[in-house]
Design a protein. Structure first.
Length: 196
């Protein structure tokens, strides 16, 4: 379980096939402290298991489902990625409950300045928009954000100046794929109501 409060931006070292599967190497800093093999780290909002940690570089194995459902397959060496260690039981929940189980991807369609903030528009599949509401939670590349508007094929949110400096989204080109995890509570509420 994560909070969606990104701890730092890591740097991709490699994404390649090794030992019969895909592996991702990411250079970290603060997130490597007190981290052990088998721990969970959210990389752009995707819960991954640390399989090696050497010289400040994490290695993660990537399943075919992970590559198909997320933007991790788009990564190139030198790219920045959002990193967050899993929530400790005695920690503070600064964002919202984020599982690190990405529901799908959207596309960054627009960014515009509003004072020192940045309004972002993400084109999203209808099956994900179904779970979104204005002022509700959303995890975008693992960042806990508040939705402004939900329209026919997109949603919007705002990044304050501090957040812009501490996540990767402001670095993306328009058209980039973005990982989306909808609010877990919305999915449970829908299932509960359907059963009634």
């Amino acid at each position: 379980m994560f909070t969606g409060i990104v701890e730092e931006i890591g740097a991709v070292q490699a994404l390649e096939q090794r030992d019969g599967g895909w592996q991702l190497d990411v250079k970290g800093g603060e997130t490597t402290r007190e981290t052990a093999l088998g721990d969970s780290i959210a990389v752009n909002g995707v819960c991954l298991t640390v399989t090696r940690l050497e010289g400040g570089v994490f290695t993660f194995g990537l399943a075919p489902e992970t590559l198909a459902r997320t933007n991790l397959g788009d990564l190139k060496p030198g790219a920045g990625v959002n990193l967050e260690r899993s929530l400790r039981a005695d920690g503070r929940l600064g964002g919202h409950f984020v599982q690190g189980h990405v529901d799908g991807t959207g596309v960054l369609k627009e960014r515009r300045e509003d004072g020192d903030s940045l309004v972002c528009t993400i084109q999203s599949p209808a099956e994900l928009l179904h779970y979104m509401v204005p002022k509700g939670f959303i995890a975008v590349d693992g960042t806990s954000l508040t939705i402004i508007d939900v329209l026919d094929d997109y949603f919007t949110f705002m990044l304050v100046a501090y957040t812009q400096q501490h996540i990767v989204l402001p670095r993306y080109e328009l058209g980039a794929r973005i990982n989306i995890e909808v609010d877990l509570l919305a999915k449970y509420a829908e299932k509960f109501m359907a059963a009634r």
